[in-house]
Write a protein that binds this ligand. Structure first.
Ligand code: UDX
Length: 450
């Protein structure tokens, strides 16, 4: 099948490469000349495991092309996927100007029947608006569909190639058939394809992300309660997840969720719900809990040094009180991206922690396997970066594990004892064994653990 994918962000690139891998002829287009030039040189603008190789292979086999000629790609295509950005406006609503601009371009280049499918996450009712734009600008027959994408960063290629489900929302019988045919090779069991109307398809995507984010906020809230009650959230998590109706995935408490999807999608659904006259109290609570949770690590670090001070420890920092309660203290961060296996720092809890630490006067040293340059671009020399995870911990008075990259899971703790100034560990992902670490002489604080 001849396909055009408009927008070469996460979703567009992964989808384009994935469709090509299954034998389709795909042109990925973008208005950004710089991005397309990069892709043509074989460079991938984002770090996503397996993506560069997948793109290179399909470019070599001539199934995948990159171009800035949006009109040309549309004209040749049987299906056009809209995968452009839908950033949050100030009120939380999704800004759809790029989506509608693409719809207009599609209409103007409609030389034969085409399926126009949205892959970007768009508010309920967007398919109807796209339908209206197309109708107003072409006499050609077409079919509009909502085909939301569920890939996760860090595992995007895998998710795309082996989806849990494919959602096809369209009122046009031909569009449903075309898309079903396109996706059949991706799903071994055809019951993984869910055919429905466009509004339900659009809402299904928000439902999934809001449900997942709510689960995390619920666990984060419960973790804070567990601390007050002297219970251990880690065993509570396992015991709770053992109920098959609940399931064990996505129950991990931590420093709050980040990324490009959850925060944006929650805000968009909360906005839609309010405007529709049915506010979603649960999703609003999930947002509030997350906003609070992102400060938990910073608060724990602060509380630790304050209690040390109260214990009467003599410290040079006391003289620096005017510069903030953590003046004279060096705090090391492991992990800056919002999750492992990505260089994406959008809405990352690490950024909130950096803000809180700098505001308290601390010196911040950090390491991340992929995201250091993105953080450097924001903070410059205000955050010291080390290419080596132990280098970041050198001379630190505390070390905070923020993102659970593999390399941080079993570090050389004895080495940390030698190189750190004070043995204080803050485990934002409950990765480490408290008893083992206390046995080694560390002070250990996790999330929701006694
Ligand atoms: C999410 C959805 O999973 C995906 O289906 C959708 O298409 C896009 O949004 P993504 O944002 O890439 O994907 O990452 P995900 O793995 O879902 O993690 C989101 C955030 O939740 C991260 O900050 C992560 O650290 C946090 N999280 C996840 C937890 O704090 N606890 C968990 O148990 C799981």
């Amino acid at each position: 099948m001849q396909l055009a994918v408009v927008g070469t962000g996460y979703v567009g690139l992964v989808a384009g490469a994935g469709f090509a891998e299954f034998g389709n002829d795909v042109t990925c287009v973008d208005v950004s000349e710089a991005k397309i030039a990069m892709l043509k040189r074989g460079e991938v603008p984002i770090y996503e495991p397996g993506l560069e190789e997948l793109i290179a292979k399909n470019v070599r086999d001539d199934r995948l092309k990159f171009s800035t000629d949006v009109a040309g790609a549309i004209r040749g295509a049987e299906v056009v996927f809209i995968a452009v950005g839908t950033p949050s406006a100030d009120d939380g609503s999704a800004d759809l100007s790029a989506v509608f601009a693409v719809a207009e371009t599609i209409a103007k280049n409609m030389d034969s029947y085409k399926v126009v499918a949205t892959k970007s996450t768009v508010p309920v009712g967007t398919a109807d608006k796209i339908q209206a734009i197309l109708r107003a600008n072409t006499t050609q027959a077409f079919g509009v569909a909502s085909n939301p994408e569920f890939l996760k960063e860090g595992d995007a290629v895998n998710d795309f190639m082996k989806p849990d489900r494919v959602i096809i929302g369209s009122d046009d019988a031909r569009a449903r058939e075309v898309l079903r045919h396109l996706y059949n090779p991706f799903v071994r069991a055809s019951d993984r394809i869910h055919l429905m109307d466009p509004r339900s398809a659009e809402l299904s995507k928000y439902a999934a992300n809001c449900m997942l984010a709510t689960r995390i906020s619920f666990m984060n809230d419960l973790a804070m309660l567990a601390e007050k009650l002297g219970a251990d959230i880690d065993v509570v998590r396992k015991a709770t997840g053992a109920d098959v109706r609940i399931g064990s995935k996505f129950l991990f408490p931590g420093p709050g969720f980040g990324g490009s999807c959850f925060p944006k999608d929650l805000a968009a659904l909360v906005y839609t719900a309010k405007v529709s006259g049915h506010p979603l109290a649960i999703v609003e609570a999930a947002q509030e809990i997350n906003a609070r949770q992102k400060h938990v690590l910073g608060q724990k670090v602060l509380a630790y040094f304050q209690s040390k001070r109260a214990e009467g420890e003599r410290e040079e920092g006391a003289a620096d009180e005017g510069r903030g309660p953590l003046a004279g203290k060096t705090v090391a961060l492991w992990g800056l991206s919002f999750k492992p296996r990505t260089d994406d720092i959008r809405e990352s809890p690490a950024l909130t922690l950096i803000e809180d630490l700098l505001a308290a006067g601390a010196t911040v040293q950090a390491h991340d396997p992929q995201a250091m340059s993105a953080v450097r671009a924001i903070y410059g020399s205000r955050v010291m970066m080390s290419d080596n995870m132990y280098g970041a911990a050198e001379g630190a008075d505390a070390l905070v594990l923020v993102t659970e990259w593999h390399e941080y899971r079993r570090p050389d703790f004895k080495r940390l004892l030698r190189i750190m100034n004070a043995p204080a560990l803050f485990d934002g992902r409950n990765m480490w064994e408290p008893d083992e670490l206390r046995g080694l002489g560390f002070s250990y604080k996790g999330i929701g653990r006694p």
